[in-house]
Design a protein around this ligand. Structure first.
Ligand SMILES: Cc1cc2nc3c(=O)[nH]c(=O)nc-3n(C[C@H](O)[C@H](O)[C@H](O)COP(=O)(O)O)c2cc1C
Length: 414
């Protein structure tokens, strides 16, 4: 019976344990978590989502405070077009977050940064270019392009000295998305070093509509394998979404995947950035407590716990401090919904907004409890303590359990 450790993920000349810990936005996949994966020979992700806020928390900088001060005059204005990112500060925060993480890296594995295109930041092209370039400048091993088609992203960094040496990958949820990406980028003569194929059971935003349940990860991988074969392309595929045991991972690797990306099982580790009480909510969840809804202003469906405080909350849009989801014209679907509710309830002290959420504020405060579909099984990965809470795990324990377990077994903490 095979185990994950019988396989190796080859990225160019490099050989890795074929386990990636997925990027989990706004510092849920912390540097500490990514560093464990790298130390154990796999790949860890940090995320550059809301990097200025992350930098403030990690390094005591004051990017958010300064931005809030600068745009204070606009706080009561429903028009947010004025709010722009200072590109120098964005670069500085990214270089700090990435650079300090890379300085701390040990072991033979790698650290990548998850870079979401949907963070349009009221200047989609220029902000994305700065984010990508600054990560490369700061020595990141690789960049995973996510939450978007990224048709222009490789082109943006084609002149960067590390364009051909850093590992560059993309997340897709269909063969069509990959075809589009490859077609658009053919003139660059640079293929992705890996493609993460994310199925419908993943956490965070989904690359599917509300009909996500009709899709199946293995079917998508098989389609992509076929397509790459006909095109004579050799790109390692990384399976992601709902892979809960080492045996699940082996099954994908015996059927076309070169590795796996996993996240949910790491949400209840000490190294994960979620607050302790939220980790307990993840442990406690039953299958019926998990839903896919449309409250994210990005337009992508998102999976989360039903009792997530973000649902229905009518907080004033936090764009003067954050503004990561403002599109190129200074709009965000939450602002539209919020303004509608305020207009409908002029005397209310606080409105409730059901259809959208202020994702920046709520992710920043860990009040949007996004999770994978397998979250309801987390309680089976640990033991219950006498006080009724569940014991947190170490990331090393979970990583090694994926790497060495057979027969769908899950090792409990010792
Ligand atoms: C809490 C949480 C947050 C996530 N945030 C992001 C994100 O910011 N960007 C992204 O590309 N994927 C995100 N994901 C998806 C993961 O990186 C990963 O691909 C997926 O969840 C793997 O499936 P699994 O959780 O069933 O193991 C997130 C997943 C979780 C559980």
């Amino acid at each position: 019976m095979k185990r994950v450790d019988d396989f190796r993920l080859k990225l160019g000349k490099d050989e890795l344990v074929p386990i990636m810990i997925g990027g989990m936005g706004v510092d849920i996949s912390t540097a500490e978590l990514a560093l464990v994966a790298a130390r154990l020979g796999g790949v860890g992700h940090i995320s550059d989502a809301m990097v200025q806020d992350v930098s403030d928390r990690r390094f005591d900088t004051s990017f958010v405070k300064e931005k809030t001060k600068f745009y204070k005059y606009n706080i009561n204005n429903s028009d947010k077009t004025d709010i722009k990112f200072n590109l120098e500060q964005l670069a500085e925060a990214t270089r700090m977050h990435v650079g300090k993480t890379m300085e701390a890296k040990q072991g033979t594995g790698m650290i990548f940064v998850n870079c979401m295109e949907k963070l349009t930041m009221n200047g989609p092209r220029e902000t994305l270019k700065v984010r990508l370039e600054s990560s490369l400048d700061a020595g990141i091993d690789g960049i995973t392009m996510s939450a978007g088609l990224h048709l222009g992203s490789f082109g943006m960094i084609a002149d960067h000295p590390r364009f051909r040496d850093a590992k560059l990958g993309i997340i897709v949820s269909s063969v069509r998305a990959l075809q589009l990406f490859l077609r658009k980028n053919s003139r660059l003569n640079r293929l992705p070093d890996y493609v993460i194929v994310e199925g419908p059971l993943a956490g965070g935003h989904l690359g599917f509509g509300m009909d996500w349940a009709e899709y199946d990860l293995q079917t998508i991988i098989t389609e992509i394998v076929q397509y790459l074969k006909t095109e004579n392309l050799d790109i390692p595929l990384i399976a992601a979404g709902g892979i809960f045991t080492g045996s699940d991972a082996v099954s994908f690797m015996e059927n076309g995947a070169a590795g796996v990306q996993v996240a949910t099982r790491f949400t209840v580790t000490n190294e994960c950035g979620l607050p302790a009480n939220v980790k307990q909510e993840y442990f406690k969840a039953s299958e019926g407590d998990i839903e896919v809804n449309n409250i994210s202003p990005t337009g992508y469906p998102m999976r989360m716990l039903k009792n997530t405080p973000a649902i229905g909350d009518g907080i004033r849009p936090g764009c003067e401090s954050y503004g990561y989801l403002l599109d190129g014209n200074g709009n965000c679907a939450y602002i539209t919904s919020y303004n509608r509710e305020v207009a409908a309830h002029p005397d209310a002290k606080k409105v409730s907004v059901m259809d959208k959420t202020c994702l920046c504020t709520h992710m920043r405060n860990f009040n949007c409890w996004t999770c994978g579909q397998m979250t309801y099984r987390l309680k089976d990965t640990t033991r219950k303590l006498p006080d009724g809470t569940y014991e947190l795990l170490s990331a090393e324990h979970v990583f090694r359990d994926y790497q060495f377990s057979v027969d769908h077994q899950i090792a409990l903490p010792v």
